[in-house]
Design a protein around this ligand. Structure first.
Ligand SMILES: Cc1cc2nc3c(=O)[nH]c(=O)nc-3n(C[C@H](O)[C@H](O)[C@H](O)COP(=O)(O)OP(=O)(O)OC[C@H]3O[C@@H](n4cnc5c(N)ncnc54)[C@H](O)[C@@H]3O)c2cc1C
Length: 404
């Protein structure tokens, strides 16, 4: 790309990396960013700690209609390449649980500040408060209509991300630009997102957090399950296990499938162990109401719904027999929660779908339709699991544009 101008739409994760590498290769680079500052999603990431990557990068953590594309990009850039890239900029990395990698500072702001420093050091021009409204190509030049006038360049990188988290700059504009240039899109749905339920009991449990397992059923058929925090909220349910399931729910709700979660509130106790524990607690001739009796075992906000779903007929502790205990155990380990919606792109960390990657060269990230048009990051039909996989793809696809 030498001696030509490259304009990058979006100063997010992939745009910044592509800019640094391209400028280092001697290219004249300008990034146009609609926000008043760069890297807003990086700043908000990992609860402000920035889960930058994952030591166990593998294609099975990614979702795309074109897995070969993902495999091709990832193969060229294992975790060690990212480690080298960040440490060369002075960002030391540490590993947390499940291979998650963070900056040693545990501050996302340090990542953004050092990326910005590096970009400026190698001569990248960054224009904030510059929204690109439309793009076109005439002859060999791209024309961009922006809030700061018309810009032109021989090369254009669309690194404008997805509509997830519009409050941080999430936008559909990359899709509009791509389709204008003749590209097709794979359907987009919110992912890594909280789930909504219209069941009235859920509001009463808001704030309750348990380490559990959530199983997803769609139209009565078992789909998958995830282990981790389950956090009841006034709109439905959140927590890490739910975010991890949300991709499956989101895509199924889009086709009007009936989605129901079955929650195991005590996964550490087998059915047998829980039954024995409850049986051992029964004191005959105790008139203690069942709700009060269960308080010794489970969060009291959950008891009413457990009693309702168990259809336990007895009212007091002394009336409990094995059959009634079995009903309670079943409800504790299979609490049903129907899901009607997600919190949408506003609550989502990423979007599924995006620009169809069969139309993009995985060796260069260049469009197969329009020469000198490139794509990187989440605007493409690639999304990853929670755990640093999304940033990893953003960084490596940016590196690929700059061909490090
Ligand atoms: C709250 C939150 C927490 C997250 N935490 C993590 C985490 O810990 N680990 C992880 O791996 N992933 C995380 N993610 C996902 C990760 O942030 C994204 O996958 C990643 O930022 C995508 O990089 P990108 O470069 O494709 O897009 P982005 O980083 O979103 O950058 C795109 C940029 O383009 C700009 N833009 C868009 N349209 C225009 C336009 N028309 N004109 C000018 N500029 C425009 C946007 O303002 C934005 O700055 C998180 C996401 C969110 C929302």
């Amino acid at each position: 790309m030498n001696n030509e101008k490259l304009i990058i739409i979006g100063a997010g994760a992939s745009g910044l990396v592509a800019a640094i590498v391209s400028a280092k290769a001697g290219i004249n680079v300008t990034i146009l960013e609609q926000n008043n500052k760069i890297g807003k999603k990086i700043l908000a990431s990992g609860n402000g700690k920035c889960n930058i990557s994952n030591r166990y990068i593998d294609t099975h953590h990614y979702h795309s209609q074109n897995p070969d594309f993902v495999a091709s990009v990832l193969k060229a850039y294992p975790y060690t390449v990212i480690e080298k890239f960040f440490t060369s900029m002075g960002i030391a990395l540490i590993e947390g649980s499940d291979g998650k990698v963070f900056p040693m500072s545990l501050q996302a702001s340090t990542v953004v500040e050092l990326l910005e420093y590096e970009a400026k050091r190698v001569g990248v021009e960054i224009l904030c408060d510059c929204r690109v409204n439309s793009i076109s190509k005439e002859g060999k030049l791209f024309y961009l209509e922006t809030t700061q006038g018309t810009k032109t360049a021989q090369k254009l990188l669309i690194a404008s991300g997805s509509p997830a988290a519009p409050q941080l700059g999430g936008s559909n504009s990359g899709y509009a630009f791509a389709t204008k240039m003749g590209h097709s899109l794979i359907p987009r749905h919110p992912s890594l997102v909280q789930l909504c339920s219209e069941e009235p009991w859920v509001k009463g449990c808001a704030g309750v957090k348990v380490a559990g397992i959530s199983k997803l059923y769609a139209n009565g058929e078992y789909i998958t399950e995830k282990k981790g925090d389950l956090l009841f909220t006034n709109y439905g349910i959140s927590g890490l296990a739910i975010l991890d399931l949300s991709r499956e729910v989101s895509t199924r709700l889009a086709t009007f499938d009936y989605c129901e979660l079955s929650l195991d509130l005590m996964p550490e106790l087998s059915k047998e162990k829980l039954t024995n524990l409850l049986l051992a607690r029964v004191t005959k001739e105790s008139e203690k109401p069942l709700g009060l009796w269960l308080q010794g075992v489970i969060n009291k906000k959950l008891i009413a719904i457990i009693l309702e779903q168990s259809r336990c007929k007895v009212r007091t502790e002394d009336a409990l027999n094995r059959k009634e205990i079995n009903k309670l155990v079943h409800a504790i380990k299979n609490l049903k929660l129907s899901i009607t919606d997600t919190k949408g792109f506003k609550g989502a960390e990423v979007s599924t779908g995006g620009v169809n990657t069969t139309e993009v060269n995985p060796q260069t990230m260049e469009s197969k339709i329009v020469p000198n048009l490139f794509f990187s990051g989440e605007v493409l039909d690639v999304d990853g699991d929670r755990g640093g996989f999304n940033f990893h793809f953003a960084w490596v696809s940016g590196l690929r544009v700059g061909k490090i």
